[in-house]
Design a protein around this ligand. Structure first.
Ligand SMILES: [Zn+2]
Ligand SMILES: [Zn+2]
Length: 369
């Protein structure tokens, strides 16, 4: 059996579509037929070449935000990760990383913090060949968590679950967002928009979203944001900080979050916090990017910065429940704005990139392999 995969050959180069042999499924693994694979902001960072990346000789199969159906179960796999019977053809949401189980983070039951959960980039020639979302199949390795998807959720609603949605739920959990809190969300991309809705569902009293694209801010309001700030309209940092203070009873926000991906926004987000507030850092994944920071502002402000990468698998079923509960409250179907066949992956990336420059309305592009 063969399957198609889009192979990444480096920034500025076109993807190459290759036919690969579908591997035999190990006893504890699951082969998934991918139905929807989204172009996530971090995929755009790789594609653009924002950080140095050592690619395998024969290219890299990547992409991670996706959903699909069970194509083949390993012979030991009878249930999903909640113990519910699982069969071929079942729709599933699943992790795309594999905590090692043998490091200090894993020992302390913090699998999301495991440094080894994502290995080096793998090429098409290496087993199990289907390493990423931009392909007809994804090979869920032994130890990967997977969960049956409720029938009432469409693939378009489920595809952001294993990255953007679980990432924001876990992040807000890690910073301890509480009922009645005020929160600033920097960046109204896929993560920021969903963070607004999750914060509301968690009981946040005031949700403020900052971005520079009017269309995204409009979407943020549809997803529960109480206030938005457009950087192009409020051009002075001190004025933006003042707006946040005005909307939070003069104190500043309990929580502020970076979902932007450019670290220059961090000092401003820290300024928007109240004394004792917590900053959630998720956006800046590109190594080497730096900012200047005045540590005394953390000391005298009694502020914390919490970095989070990925999530613990318990988040996925809660993310699915969140969608079932809120699918008519917020327009989740608007998150995926454009779909492309796998053959048009270059177009999907190029047009997503234009979006970042405010020339199109793509929210998230998705491939239908
Ligand atoms: Zn992602
Ligand atoms: Zn580990």
């Amino acid at each position: 059996m063969k399957g198609k995969a889009a192979v990444f050959l480096g920034p500025g180069k076109a993807f190459e579509l290759r036919e690969l042999t579908v591997p035999d499924v190990e006893p504890d693994a699951v082969l998934i037929r991918v139905s929807l694979a989204n172009v996530c902001g971090s995929d755009l960072h790789f594609w653009r070449g924002d950080a140095p990346l050592k690619l395998p000789q024969d290219g890299w199969i990547f992409g991670h935000e996706m959903t699909g159906r069970v194509a083949k179960l390993g012979r030991n796999v009878k249930t999903d990760s909640l113990g519910r019977p699982l069969a071929e053809g079942d729709r599933v949401a699943y992790t795309y990383f594999y905590p090692c189980g043998r490091c200090a983070a894993c020992l302390n039951k913090e699998p999301a913090a495991c440094l080894f959960k994502i290995g080096r980039p793998l090429g098409p020639s290496e087993f199990p060949h289907f390493h990423g979302a931009f392909a007809e199949y994804y090979y869920l390795k032994p130890g990967g968590a997977l969960f049956k998807v409720p029938a009432e959720l469409s693939d378009a609603l489920v595809s952001p679950v294993n990255c953007a949605l679980s990432q924001v739920i876990f992040g807000l959990h890690k910073v301890g967002l509480r009922f009645g809190d005020t929160i600033v969300i920097q960046g109204a991309g896929g993560l920021g928009i969903q963070a607004a809705a999750v914060a509301k569902d968690m009981g946040a009293a005031v949700v403020i979203v900052v971005d520079q694209i009017a269309g995204r801010l409009e979407l943020a309001r549809q997803f529960g944001a109480d206030h938005t700030i457009n950087l192009k309209e409020v051009t002075e940092r001190k004025d933006r900080v003042k707006l946040v203070r005005d909307w939070t009873g003069g104190a500043g926000a309990d929580v502020a979050c970076d979902f932007v991906g450019f670290p220059q926004v961090i000092p401003e987000g820290l300024d928007m916090l109240r004394q004792g507030g917590t900053y959630l850092e998720i956006g800046t994944i590109s190594r080497g990017a730096k900012i200047e920071l005045e540590p005394a502002s953390l000391v005298w402000g009694a502020k914390r910065i919490v970095g989070v990468i990925m999530y613990d698998p318990w988040v996925i079923p809660r993310a699915l429940d969140f969608l079932v509960r809120n699918r008519t409250r917020w327009p989740f179907e608007r998150l995926i704005s454009h779909t492309y066949p796998l053959e048009k992956i270059d177009e999907a990336f190029t047009q997503s990139e234009w979006h970042a420059k405010d020339t199109t309305r793509i929210m998230r592009a998705a491939l239908t392999p």
